[in-house]
Ligand binder design. Structure first.
Ligand code: HEM
Length: 453
């Protein structure tokens, strides 16, 4: 089905924000650098000065920022269809992730989300758990042999291997997968380019070359998966049909696969890295989780264990995402005039809401800056339905949230059952945290792993 190109994509951002409190900071760069170094601090300073709705220039663009669960709710539920995700993310992601779900709005988005429906049903999820366990077991089982073990690059490799199998139905051994992997890493690096021109020698060109290689690879992969019975996401996507019973085109399937890899990989890598960081610091919680897992009396979590059988692990997952949400800010652009926090916003105004800030607001959370998974047993998060919102909500709500939950729990449980772990150096807490593009300790989290058997 063809959708008309919406008129609003041709408009420039509305920068006429004189009636909104706040400042744009330094000429051209605005608040970009302090924000990238410490986003919470910049948001908090503005919140205290101007209240929950203010203007700011972040990441070289002028935004209205709205802090608090009520604004997350308004933008996510978007009952008047006033907010475009496509135009919100167009500047940072538009070229690299063209055609992905976040790059589509309203009816067109709804039509496209159907490509992914079978891949996230329960039967498929069960089969992913079975596919991921052997890869996780094998790699984590070898980790203690590494000299000066760095958690971040190792978990990244592990999750790329799991992704190659579960998303694409491939094994990492092959040359083709290694090349694919490199294209993917290049594309991700390209999203950080400051000069966004596809010119020789620039980081942006490297990223776009990665995107072109991935696109060519997926366009070649999809036809061979039609009519096949695989249990990987690429095969599910390739066999999904529209309401008219037609396959989605190779290009559409390829574009969704590219975006899926981005959305899935670095987010879960970040969550697991930050979990290992908090648990290396908090040995009591580390022991408590291990005891919960040992109490189950089995080596591997099954899909059915993930719901109610491991409440402490579940609270730990929620708490890690509260402290360091892999998507700290969510972006939209208005497509029509709309009211936000008592201010009228003209069409084409960029707006940011912040899970990062909202999930640390003192008015809602007790000791918001400390790692306390038990706050979820106390149900602090239930005071407002958008107070804990690391996966967004509404039409664009993360389609992979149960997958992320499963991957996180299966991987962390294997780590906890194989090793007791602690920081490799004495002064590692608090560590300097890199916030963009995804949260992780800047030193890559060197750990000592002590085998348990
Ligand atoms: C801890 C891990 C993850 C976090 C915190 C996370 C967070 C998010 C958030 C906040 C959004 C919505 C963004 C917005 O509305 O502006 C989103 C969308 C999305 N996520 Fe995730 N995600 C995670 C893992 C995954 C995984 C594992 C997959 C796939 C297997 C995935 C696939 C997607 C897709 C396809 C979208 C776009 C949905 C749409 O636009 O309809 N994510 N994610």
């Amino acid at each position: 089905m063809d959708f008309a190109v919406p008129d609003y994509i041709h408009h420039k951002d509305n920068k006429n924000l004189g009636h909104i409190p706040g400042t744009y900071g330094l000429p051209l760069i605005g608040h970009t650098f302090p924000f990238v170094m410490n986003p919470y601090k910049v948001l908090d300073e503005n919140f205290r000065k101007y209240g929950p709705v203010f203007k700011a220039s972040l990441t070289f663009q002028k935004f209205v920022v709205a802090l608090g669960p009520e604004y997350i709710q308004q933008l996510m539920l978007d009952s008047s269809k006033a907010f475009s995700a496509r135009m919100g993310y167009n500047t940072p992601l538009g070229d690299y992730f063209a055609g992905g779900l976040l790059m589509r709005d309203f009816d067109e988005h709804k039509f496209h989300r159907r490509v992914m429906q079978t891949a996230f049903k329960i039967d498929a999820m069960r089969s992913y758990v079975d596919q991921m366990h052997p890869i996780i077991d094998e790699q984590i089982g070898q980790w203690h042999r590494e000299q000066s073990f760095q958690f971040y690059p190792n978990i990244k490799t592990l999750l790329l291997d799991v992704g190659a199998r579960v998303f694409l139905g491939m094994d990492m051994e092959g040359q083709a997968t290694k090349k694919l992997n490199q294209s993917f890493l290049d594309m991700n690096e390209g999203t950080l380019a400051l000069v966004r021109k596809d010119w020789p020698g620039l980081l942006y060109r490297k990223g776009m070359n990665g995107r072109r290689e991935l696109e060519a690879f997926f366009l070649g992969l999809v036809p061979g998966r039609r009519g096949q019975a695989g249990s990987d996401m690429a095969t599910f996507f390739s066999n999904e049909k529209t309401e008219d019973g037609e396959y989605f085109s190779d290009k559409i399937v390829g574009e969704h696969l590219i975006f899926l890899l981005l959305a899935a990989h670095d987010t879960t890598t970040s969550a697991l890295t930050m979990a290992a960081y908090y648990l290396a610091h908090d040995q009591q919680w580390q022991n408590r989780l291990r005891e919960e897992l040992q109490g189950l009396g089995k080596d591997e979590l099954s899909y059915d264990d993930l719901g109610n059988n491991v409440p402490d692990l579940d609270h730990c997952f929620k708490e890690v995402l509260r402290m360091n949400p892999p998507v700290p800010m969510m972006m939209r652009r208005t497509v029509k005039e709309v009211e936000l926090g008592g201010y009228q916003l003209q069409p084409h105004t960029m707006v940011q809401i912040s899970p990062l800030y909202t999930m640390r607001m003192e008015q809602w959370w007790s000791n918001p800056n400390s790692f306390d998974p038990d706050r979820f047993a106390r149900e602090e998060h239930k005071q407002h339905s958008f107070l804990w919102a690391p996966f967004g909500g509404g039409a664009h709500k993360c389609i992979g949230l149960h997958f992320a939950d499963m991957l996180f729990k299966c991987t962390l449980s294997r780590l906890l059952l194989n090793y007791r772990f602690r920081f490799a150096k004495e002064e590692q807490f608090p560590s300097r945290i890199q916030h963009f593009p995804f949260a992780k300790p800047m030193d890559n989290l060197p750990l000592v792993l002590e085998p348990l058997s």
